[in-house]
Design a protein around this ligand. Sequence first.
Ligand code: ADP
Ligand code: UDP
Length: 238
Amino acid sequence: MADNIKRVLVKLSGEALAAPDGYWLYAQTLAHLATDLAETTGQGFELAIVIGGGNIVRGARMSQAGWIDRPTADSMGMLATVMNSLALETALNAAGVPARTMSAVSMPTICETYARQPALHHLDRGQVVLIAGGTGNPFFTTDTAAVLRAAELRCDAVLKATQVDGVYSADPKSDPTATRYDRLTHDEAIARDLKVMDMAAFALARENRLKVIVGSVHAPSSVAAILSGASPSTMVAP
Ligand SMILES: Nc1ncnc2c1ncn2[C@@H]1O[C@H](COP(=O)(O)OP(=O)(O)O)[C@@H](O)[C@H]1O
Ligand SMILES: O=c1ccn([C@@H]2O[C@H](COP(=O)(O)OP(=O)(O)O)[C@@H](O)[C@H]2O)c(=O)[nH]1
């Protein structure tokens, strides 16, 4: 891919780890993803990864039921991202890719606590850093954590690997006439109200002039193929 991209923060939805039947975690899905990420590092990309927790808990939805408050449900969501990160760390190490989980929520008997300098050190040494626990605060999402950490860790871009292969003129799931953009600016995405990622995350990306690439996590697309330009994607750049 052009644009001088080397260090990338890959944002994966928690659902990217689930089984085809929806079960929350599936060894084959993890192994497939790890192979893709191994290929990506083999191409020379440096990777930080933020995984969501939506395959287990989404705090906003859980608290809507009324029996639990939002901050508590969000705490459970943040813990879910730690479980997902540990699962992908295991799969990456099995695929021969050195990887370590760092959590924004301190749990030193389980993994390192996220801190910027050690995370930069790991990346500089060629290790994949899995950033768990989101931002560490309720009322945020892992999209926001992805942009925040990408800015902190001097990443050249955020790759949001999601359900669709780019940013469209309208939601492609509800509008079959929607067309995909190859490239657009942050301002254009905001002015056209295109749902690239949640607004807090996207505003932070715009403020930091951070490139956001949107592509599909589903085969035949892959992280390696998106970054090498072999799979379709949309580049949002200043
Ligand atoms: N203009 C748009 N272009 C692309 N996708 C859109 C657009 N508007 C809404 N979407 C929807 O956004 C979804 C991806 O965002 P999100 O649900 O936040 O993903 P994730 O779970 O990967 O964080 C897609 O499944 C798509 O249906
Ligand atoms: O900084 C953060 C990031 C995540 N979460 C919680 O963790 C859940 C899982 O993250 P997300 O919904 O972003 O996961 P994804 O949809 O990407 O799988 C969220 O719904 C929130 O409840 C949070 O409270 N603060």
